[in-house]
Design a protein. Structure first.
Lengths: 372, 146
């Protein structure tokens, strides 16, 4: 950290990064107070694409809110679908057939991989490397084709339903997913060779913007950001939901807390997700994909319910307060990106401006998820 | 001094490894399609905008119950039915879809008691005004059944 950043001279100036800036990947504005090229203060300014999702939840039926959940973090829409259907199923006491649970886990994990692949391409692009983006997009395209053949959409999925799924998978899904796993396992070493070992890439990330475990706890950061700082917290392991306890997978943790650690976490997570998908396909039981008794109009009993799921960017929580009617009384959405962004101001202090861009990329923020 | 040369060596090696990978991919088959000259066939479950399904005789199966309209989260479906004199059942006279509001959730298709709705495979949607996306599904169905 430069001495100037610790004790800024009187010649600081304000620079707006965003709301339209390619590295913020959406309409987010960061007000930077700079001393030369060093950041003295960074203040994220939110709300440019606030769409009142929580309020929308309060004035429509439970099913009618379903499409909204795919539009918060649109890159891991299935995790959000999963969180929402799970909390409503928990509230209304709906049991889900095992096949549906397995298919939910498989599709969510595939979605996590596609989200990480897009992040990887965009992140390296932020750092000035264009080629990896084309390779990750190629891989992601295979995955989107696979998910499209199941869910009917490519990005903003609306696939899960209370009590099960919209439709079962076809016969091509299993072989298609296995072919993708094989392909991805071949590609990962290539990515490590091309990106992880690249000198420029490493020098721009190693030791840059260390985030301590203490800071993660203070701001409630979860997901790869927390795991990159040595906090082994993953909702799938610590508050298991769905059929995750039946899978054998590891939670990658790195102690360094720098941008490189956050990058490596996501690369390892792709590997772990491939393991989960593989096991899911092996264990996939036959049977129905929809619970037999699902009321047409969902009216959960009065109460306060909470459910958290591990989305691609961290713990996504939904608090549902029901007054017994057909519309939620309150629907609070806890987004991982907002918490992960909150630590930006403190952690970016003293960084060089280009390093802050790399740090921002390593947080993997999706702006519609922050603003909701 | 040795650190200086090591850095040059590492940098050079990293560059060559990267170029090697890029070169290998350069000579591999092309993965992109020359759209619009080539297109990808849509998967059977692809969700385009909805359409009225035809039965074997070429008629639609809508009974004007209005379930799709009631269940639509965005309120983009409007339909009208009329009971001709002497008839017992309502007849569909207009079915309009405002595709500008549709989020393709599939609730209408799912809730239809007579399976009268299907997803079209139409993805080449581009227009100059919003009006072009207010679709008259009844007209589309009649044209298809001709």
């Amino acid at each position: 950290m430069s001495d100037l950043a610790v004790d800024p001279s009187c010649e600081t100036f304000v620079l707006n990064m965003g709301p339209q800036h390619p590295a913020t990947h959406g309409a987010l504005r960061i007000k930077l107070v700079l001393d030369g090229e060093y950041i003295v203060e960074a203040e994220p300014v939110l709300g440019y694409i606030h769409r009142m999702h929580e309020k929308m939840g309060e004035n429509r039926s439970y099913l009618a809110f379903m499409p909204n959940t795919g539009r918060l973090d649109y890159l891991s829409a299935l995790s959000y679908n999963h969180g929402y259907v799970s909390v409503v199923e928990r509230a209304a006491g709906i049991a889900i057939p095992e096949r549906a649970e397995y298919l939910r886990v498989i599709t969510v994990e595939l979605n996590r991989i596609s989200s990480h692949l897009l992040w990887l391409g965009a992140f390296v692009l932020d750092l000035g490397g264009f080629t990896p983006l084309l390779y990750t997009m190629d891989d992601r395209e295979q995955l989107l084709d696979l998910l499209e053949s199941v869910t009917g959409s490519r990005l903003t999925y609306c696939y899960f339903r209370f009590g099960g799924l919209y439709n079962d998978v076809d016969d091509n899904f299993g072989p298609g997913a296995r072919a993708f796993i094989k392909r991805m396992r071949r590609r990962l070493p290539m990515y490590h060779k091309l990106i992880s070992k690249n000198v420029i890439f490493r020098q721009r990330l190693e030791g840059i913007a260390p985030v301590s475990a203490e800071m993660c706890r203070k701001y409630g950061a979860t997901g790869p950001v927390a795991r990159g700082s040595g906090i082994a917290y993953d909702v799938r392991k610590h508050e298991p939901y769905s059929v995750y306890p039946e899978f054998n997978f590891d939670i990658p943790v790195y102690e360094q807390g720098d941008s490189m650690a956050r990058y490596l976490i996501r690369m390892d997570e792709i590997e772990q997700s491939l393991r989960i998908v593989e096991q899911g396909l092996d264990k996939l039981p036959p049977g129905p994909i929809m619970a037999v008794k699902v009321p047409k109009i969902i009216k959960p009993p009065k109460g306060d319910y909470y459910m958290a799921v591990e989305a691609a960017r961290g713990s996504f929580g939904i608090r549902l307060v029901s007054d017994g009617s057909a519309t939620p009384y309150r629907l609070k959405l806890r987004s991982p990106c907002l918490s992960n962004l909150s630590l930006f101001g403190e952690a970016a202090r003293g960084l060089l401006l280009p390093d802050a861009v790399a740090f921002f990329g390593s947080l993997d923020l999706v702006i519609p998820d922050i603003d909701r | 001094m040795s650190g200086y040369f090591k850095e040059i060596y590492d940098g050079g090696k990293s560059l060559l490894v990267g170029m090697g990978i890029t070169f290998r991919y350069m000579v591999q088959p092309v993965v992109t399609l020359q759209y619009p000259h080539e297109t990808v066939p849509m998967t059977p479950r692809f969700r385009g905008h909805i359409d009225l399904a035809c039965d074997q005789a070429g008629n639609h199966k809508c009974i004007v119950c209005g379930t799709c309209q009631r269940n639509c989260p965005s309120g983009c479906i409007s339909l009208k039915g009329e009971k001709p004199e002497g008839a017992k059942k309502k007849l569909l006279i207009a079915y309009q879809l405002d595709f500008t509001k549709c989020s393709l959730c599939g609730t209408c298709v799912e809730s239809c008691p007579t399976d009268a709705l299907i997803f079209s495979k139409n993805y080449n949607l581009a227009g100059l005004s919003g009006q072009e996306f207010i679709l008259d599904l009844l007209k589309r169905q009649e044209e298809r059944s001709k």
